[in-house]
Design a protein around this ligand. Structure first.
Ligand code: FAD
Length: 486
């Protein structure tokens, strides 16, 4: 350990070394930087899901390797963050802690309390923005309030923010920490065992994997993003979501890469803008949660809390396992289980099926996604579930009910997606694939499909589910015009 007192860099959801303001500030002190990650289940008010822990395990390994290559050691500790930081400050003599701020209300409040308590003991906590384009509270309507509608929010966001200055390359950074006690990542047991359900997780967590995903996307799919992004059978999106969630890449880096591709004439500016708008949705979600903390548990539009949700454990289970009898819904739920990710179009279809056809509370769906998505992110997850359920800010109206048959036909017209994830239907022709129960018996027989045994019959008829959902809507006194199918 160097004799000079070090500073601590507390990594959380900023698991990278590039474009890292807190790291740059820590290095600028000229003191040795001791990097630390704390496994604190209470960190964000809820325990991370299994798929998130799978990711974290690998991402920490990569970060630890990068730090070791720069002569340091990533210190791993487990327990309540405040206590661990106090211990570390005492052990190392550090009097400053640098971090990237988190904006979920629970995490932000906890950080404030912790900073207050440590300050009283002579340890200063210094927070930087490293996870969003701009911190919540910086984009305001003309009357000074938060935006509740996406399009004006995006316009204001893009007008009000500029990329942060390029930070000094951290490649030359030197880290300390060699003499500080650390847990062994292996012993945290973040990778699943008994059973290990992650065999189909085809991801490369870590900063290098994030940069490679961005490079691949901007060199290829970005050019046709507006069209491809809705087709789950094509690799038309960036798959950056888990990397962004864990901060292995900064959102500014993704935005700048899209802009540069547009400026270099590699893609049209409109295509680049479409992608930037999706990063804008990520931002909108985070800003909304920061402004309206209750939306993790309650509807943004309070009348929706009176929705007569059904208790239907068997229906919920069938949905979770991809056994609803609707091929595109089942394909999505199985893709989620097998890979920890689901295509956005299909997320909307499966979520709509749960809250409308099954009339099951969106909170059950949000919890399942939280556990199974590698990109599980409370702000994005809650905002999107409430969007589908009609109860959110700028939400899709509840009465617009996705038809899982026509959605499948429209967005998976050649059946590539369904055939991949529901192989028991692979030999069924395109004409019947999205509604196998409508196929004549000889067609089913020739395709090897036995409805009710090799593949389920629909657990609820589309028309019955649809009508029941619209009836439920009437009971909460929703006044917007009802009756459209999407
Ligand atoms: P791209 O199309 O390449 O988009 C680029 C980035 O923009 C994404 O990586 C993501 O960070 C952001 N983004 C795109 N769409 C949205 C959106 N609708 N809302 C917020 N950010 C968006 N995304 C999560 O990151 N975590 C979640 O927990 C999550 N839960 C969702 C739940 C439901 C019911 C729905 C309908 C969507 C959810 N999304 C969530 C949003 C979206 O499905 C994913 O961000 C996207 O599919 C990730 O794939 P990608 O990186 O290839 O996206």
């Amino acid at each position: 350990m160097a004799t000079e007192a070090p500073v601590l860099l507390w990594f959380r959801r900023d698991l990278r070394l590039a474009d890292h303001s807190a790291l740059a500030a820590a290095l600028a002190t000229g003191r040795p930087v001791v990097p630390v990650f704390i496994l604190d289940e209470a960190l964000e008010g809820r325990a991370p899901g299994g798929a998130s822990l799978w990711w974290l395990d690998k991402s920490l390994r990569r970060l630890g390797e990068s730090i070791a290559a720069r002569g340091g050691r990533l210190i791993l500790r487990r327990g309540p963050a405040e206590r661990v930081l106090r211990d570390l400050a005492n052990e190392t003599g550090a009097d400053r802690i640098f971090l990237s701020r988190l904006f979920e209300p629970v995490a932000a409040a906890r950080d404030r309390d912790l900073a207050h308590a440590l300050k009283a003991e002579g340890v200063e906590v210094k927070g930087y923005n490293g996870t969003l384009l701009t911190p919540p509270g910086t984009v305001r309507t003309g009357s000074g309030g938060p935006y509740k509608v996406f399009t004006p929010f995006l316009r204001a966001l893009l007008a009000a923010t500029t990329p942060p200055p390029t930070l000094p390359d951290s490649a030359g950074a030197t880290f300390a920490g060699a003499g500080v006690a650390s847990d062994d990542l292996e012993r945290w047991g973040l990778h699943p065992t008994a059973p290990d359900w992650s065999g189909g997780f085809d991801w490369t967590p870590g900063e290098a994997g994030a940069l490679e995903a961005l490079r691949r996307f901007t060199a290829g799919p970005l050019a046709d993003y507006a069209r491809l992004r809705d087709l789950p059978g094509k690799a038309g999106t960036s798959r950056l979501s888990p990397h962004l969630h864990w901060g292995e890449i900064s959102p500014w880096r993704a935005v700048q890469a899209a802009r540069e591709a547009g400026e270099a004439g590699k893609v049209s500016a409109a295509k680049a803008d479409k992608f930037i708008a999706e990063i804008g949705w990520r931002e909108f979600s985070a800003h909304l949660l920061a402004e309206f903390p209750h939306i993790t548990a309650e509807a943004f539009r309070p009348e929706y809390d009176a929705m007569p949700w059904r208790e239907d454990p068997a229906g919920l289970r069938a949905w979770q396992k991809g056994q609803t009898g609707y091929p595109v819904v089942d394909a999505g739920m199985r893709q989620l289980w097998a890979t920890g990710w689901m295509h956005n179009r299909v997320r909307m279809i499966v979520a709509s099926f749960l809250v409308k056809h099954l009339l099951i509370d969106w909170r059950h769906g949000e919890a399942w996604f939280h556990d199974t998505l590698v990109d599980a992110d409370t702000a994005a997850n809650v905002q999107n579930w409430q969007w589908v359920a009609g109860s959110g800010a700028d939400a899709a109206p509840y009465f617009r009910i996705f038809n899982p048959i026509t959605q499948g036909q429209k967005f998976d017209p050649d059946g590539r997606y369904v055939r991949r994830w529901v192989p028991e239907l692979a030999r069924l022709g395109d004409r019947w694939l999205h509604a196998p129960w409508t196929a004549p018996p000889e067609v089913l027989r020739d395709a090897g499909v036995r409805l009710g045994s090799s593949y389920p019959r629909p657990i609820v008829e589309h028309e019955i589910g649809r009508k029941r959902a619209l009836e439920a809507l009437k009971t909460i006194g929703e006044t917007r015009a009802a009756g459209q199918d999407a």
